[in-house]
Structure formats: C-alpha cells, structure tokens
Design a protein around this ligand. Structure first.
Ligand SMILES: [Zn+2]
Length: 304
C-alpha cells in the first residue's frame, strides 16, 4: 500500500509491484503516471479536516476541463465522505477508460454525455448573468461563456435550445448593462479624470508602452464611447461638462500626436534629401575615377 499525500490529508492506494516500479512514479510519486484508480484501489484515507483515519474509500470525482497540450485536463479529487473536504487532487493523463459514474464534470461532453439538467443549469446561469448586466462592454458579456457551454453540450445530445431564448439573452443583457452603466457613469468619469496624465501617446522608455496604455485609459474609454449614444444623459451639468472635457483631452492627444509625427516626417524628408545629394556626389566621383584609371567597375568588385 502506498500513501499519496494531499493538501488535506493522504489517500492510500493499492498498486501492483510493476506500477510501483514505474520509474516516473518512483521519481515523482505522482498518480499521473499510474492512471485512474477506482474505489477498490483506494481503500482508505486520512482527512486532516476530521483529523481522522477512515477505513473506507473516499468519494472519487473526476473533473474534465479544456485541453492542455492537446490532452483533456483531467483531475481526480478525493473527497472525505464525512465532512466533504477535498483531501487530495491529482491530475491524471487521460480520462480514457474511466467509468462514467466517477465523472462529475466534463466540459467537452465527450467522456460523459451532458444531462438536460446540466444544460438547463448553464442556461439559468446565463440568464441570471444577463439580467444582472454582468460584462465589460456590449460585446463582452459575462453570460456568453455559460451560453457557449450550454450550446456545446446541447449539440452533444441534440437538445433543443430555441433561437428566441438565445436572442432574449442578448436583449436582456443589453438593457441591463446600459442601465447599470448609467448608474455607474459618474464614478467612471471621475476615475477617468483622475488619470488625466494618461492622455499622451508618449512612450515610456522602460516599459515600452505609452502613458495612454499605462494609465488604462485605453481600456476605460471604449466602454464610455460605446454607451454614450445609447444612454440617457443625467441632468447633471457638471457631469456633462466633465464628459466633454474628456472628449476634448482625447481629441487633443491625437492632434498632438499627429503634429509630432508630422515633425518627424519633415525631419526624415530633410535627411533623405541630404543623403540623396551625397549619393549623387559619390556616383559622380566614382565615374571620374573609373575613367581616369582605365579600370572597369566590374573588375574591382570581382577582386574583392
Ligand atoms: Zn473529513
């Protein structure tokens, strides 16, 4: 019997001599190199939370999420049957051959078909998230990850999610998001004004990024501009003026940037003219010398 130590205790496993001699296992003591072990092979464990040795198998739960290096990310959790604490979690190589009864979550739906309850639970999460308007812009809603999962699972078992239901999410989200945005507008405007130093495209030598990016204004402003035409402006003259101030500062930033680029352009144009003159001088000089020496330019380049 081997003990595998976890963060809240240890589990005892029964493995063959051959498995125990697996050099990778001996070296790392990781279940990753043994593969999945069913209840019979995990006869007992110690739970630190109960501070007790249990002479029976823990609960075994397999959790499969997205791919890591082309392999399904498969984790086995050993959970105490008494207090429900996770005694140990271990990543294994593949979900291949694992009895479905152990699989508590499968993102892919490939190893255990999703149930309609699971799909409905995801849809419910999406609907609640949309109702709360969770997201960082009209195009980056919080509900979309739940919807994506629900649709993916539904596809696996040909479960019907009506198109109107998906569209309703979009409209619900849109109106909730904008309502919240209206409420949070004064705070956002205040935060942007605090970063007034960031309205500059000048690049910092150390970080290699501009003040505009470094101040996060490049991330704070797009949601404001996206929402402005769609929301009702509050009857707050000061706030309205502050928004105009932001627009002016931002416009000014680009006009300065264009001005500086033009300055650089003129400088470069001047040096091109200078270099062209020198080039013409050199060509002339070379021609004169070739004529005087009686050599051919091809002979010179060959001799090099
Ligand atoms: Zn316990």
């Amino acid at each position: 019997m081997h003990a595998l130590t976890g963060s809240h205790g240890f589990v005892n496993i029964l493995i063959t001599e051959e498995q125990a001699q697996n050099p990778e296992f001996k070296k790392w003591g990781k279940q990753f190199y043994l593969g999945f072990l069913p209840y019979e092979k995990v006869p007992s464990y110690h739970c630190d939370n109960c501070d007790k040795y249990h002479a029976h198998s823990p609960k075994i739960e397999v959790h499969i999420t997205d791919l890591i290096e082309d392999r399904p990310n498969t984790n086995v959790a050993y959970r105490c049957t008494e207090c429900n604490e996770i005694v140990k979690v271990e990543r294994i190589e593949s979900p291949k051959g694992i009895d479905k009864k152990y699989i508590t979550f499968d993102e892919s739906g490939d190893w255990r078909p999703p149930t309609t309850e699971e799909i409905e639970a995801e849809m419910k999460k999406a609907e609640e998230s949309a109702k709360k308007g969770e997201g960082c812009g009209l195009a980056s809603s919080g509900y979309s990850s739940h919807l994506k999962r629900a649709l993916h699972w539904a596809g696996k078992i040909s479960y019907d999610i009506p198109q109107e239901r998906v569209e309703r999410l979009e409209t619900t989200y849109r109106s909730s998001y904008l309502k919240i945005f209206e409420k949070e507008l004064p705070g956002l405007v205040e935060a942007i004004k605090d970063k007034s130093w960031g309205f500059s495209k000048r690049v910092d030598e150390h970080s290699g990024i501009s003040s505009f990016e470094g101040s996060f204004l490049s991330e704070m402003l797009p949601p404001l501009y996206e929402a402005l035409p769609l929301i009702d402006l509050p009857e707050d003259t000061e706030l309205k003026q502050d928004i105009l101030w932001i627009l002016l500062r931002h416009t000014d930033m680009y006009s300065k940037s264009v001005e500086e680029l033009n300055k650089e352009k003129r400088k470069i144009e001047k040096s091109i003219i200078r270099e062209k003159r020198k080039l013409a001088d050199m060509i002339h000089l070379k021609k004169l010398y070739v004529r005087k020496s009686g050599l051919k330019p091809e002979e010179i380049s060959e001799s090099e």
